[in-house]
Design a protein around this ligand. Structure first.
Ligand SMILES: C/C=C/C(=O)SCCNC(=O)CCNC(=O)[C@H](O)C(C)(C)COP(=O)(O)OP(=O)(O)OC[C@H]1O[C@@H](n2cnc3c(N)ncnc32)[C@H](O)[C@@H]1OP(=O)(O)O
Length: 266
């Protein structure tokens, strides 16, 4: 596959894949999601790659799903079509990052919003620059129950996750670190080097044992209900994004912006 909406660079045993739509806040177009998924499948199959960094070119990590693209391509989908498409491409992509048998690091600068937050939260580690922030405004802005994968209570404590989601607010990189969601906060200018150094250090570990360790750590979360709770939330999310309440808000907001040409998914 040829890549347009992501960059793909290998440095020794480390693959750095970046969202690459900086003029669109790195919003995740359908094409970007397909390319990211393809890059991860390649990384899985490539024995030279031992660690994967997921970042963003330009100012922001990602503005989340490309709202215009989604509205144009799937605005007329039935609930059944939405369920199938989103199960494969939103929840599915997130689970494939989580399940990748190699350590993943989210390298986050600027905005890390909703679907972008879902990608970062699916990674094993999060390194953020001091200008980064995290948010999931979907309840307020779209009238739906958060993003497709409810990772928030797994990376924050439940009370903080509830505050974030109920208020539609933001978490700064520093607060994210204090609350255990972010591993390190570094100055913006040092983000790429710092993340690459950590990735190179991890890449020195023997790959099979690393894969087994990740399998065991992830299985610990699964035993606590990780996968089941995400699957359950996905169904709840789909119901919440097919209600009159949802469509009233979306028709007033996103759909209106798209029809007025204020957001372009091109
Ligand atoms: C279940 C749902 C899950 C989801 O993920 S829904 C998506 C939720 N995401 C958002 O609500 C993010 C909204 N966007 C923003 O808050 C801001 O934007 C940013 C902080 C990301 C960037 O701000 P700044 O650097 O000031 O740039 P800018 O002028 O606002 O945006 C640059 C271009 O990017 C487009 N854009 C931004 N976010 C999205 C998006 N999510 N989908 C589609 N386009 C987006 C804008 O419209 C504009 O484009 P133009 O230059 O053509 O006007």
């Amino acid at each position: 596959m040829e890549y347009n909406d992501i960059t793909y660079e290998k440095t020794g045993a480390v693959l750095r894949v970046c969202h690459n739509r900086p003029d669109k806040g790195n919003a995740q177009s359908t094409r970007l999601l397909a390319e990211l998924d393809d890059a991860l499948a390649r990384a899985k199959a490539d024995s030279e790659v031992r660690v994967v960094i997921i970042g963003g070119q330009g100012k922001h990590f990602s503005a989340g799903h490309d709202l215009a693209d989604g509205m144009k391509l799937r605005g007329d989908y039935t609930v059944e079509q939405h369920w199938h498409w989103e199960q494969e491409h939103f929840l599915g992509n997130a689970m494939r990052i989580w399940d990748l048998p190699k350590p993943t690091i989210a390298e986050v600068s600027g905005a890390c919003i909703a679907g972008g937050f879902m990608v970062a939260n699916s990674c094993d580690l999060v390194i953020a620059s001091d200008d980064a922030y995290f948010s999931d405004p979907v309840l307020h802005s779209m009238g739906a129950a958060a993003v497709e994968a409810l990772l928030h209570p797994w990376v924050l404590n439940t009370r903080k996750a509830k505050e974030l989601l109920f208020t539609g607010g933001k978490i700064s990189a520093q607060d994210g670190k204090e609350w255990g969601m972010v591993n390190h906060v570094v100055p913006r200018a040092e983000l790429e080097d710092f993340t690459m150094k950590m990735a190179q250090q991890i890449a020195k570990a023997p790959p099979h044992a690393t894969a087994m360790l990740k399998r065991s750590l992830n299985r610990t979360a699964d035993i606590q209900g990780y996968r089941n709770s995400l699957n359950a939330h996905f169904d709840t999310h789909t119901v919440s994004s097919s209600t009159k309440e949802f469509w009233d808000i979306v028709n007033q907001g996103v759909a209106k912006m798209v029809s007025e040409g204020k957001k372009s998914g091109e």
